[in-house]
Design a protein around this ligand. Structure first.
Ligand SMILES: [Zn+2]
Length: 75
């Protein structure tokens, strides 16, 4: 599958830690499986992973300072 963003490279299936920044705080959401573009860095996630990512981001948005939230995001 060619990258929908840059249309230069083929996307590569991988499992990566995805950084997420909210209000100046950056958290890493670990081990997200998706397809990544080696040329521009665009990432395409499957539906299940999108849901998991959204949930993790939402939890961080609601309570970015909570240690338990940070722990859950790293787990
Ligand atoms: Zn690309």
């Amino acid at each position: 599958m060619r990258c929908p963003h840059c249309e230069v490279a083929e996307l590569v299936s991988d499992n990566r830690n995805v950084p997420y920044t909210f209000q100046g705080k950056t958290t890493t959401i670990p081990a997200v499986s998706g397809k990544f573009c080696p040329a521009c860095g665009e990432a395409v996630f499957e539906a299940a992973e999108s849901i998991r990512l959204s949930a993790a981001m939402l939890a961080l948005n609601e309570n970015p300072d909570s240690p338990s939230t940070a722990r859950a995001a790293r787990a």
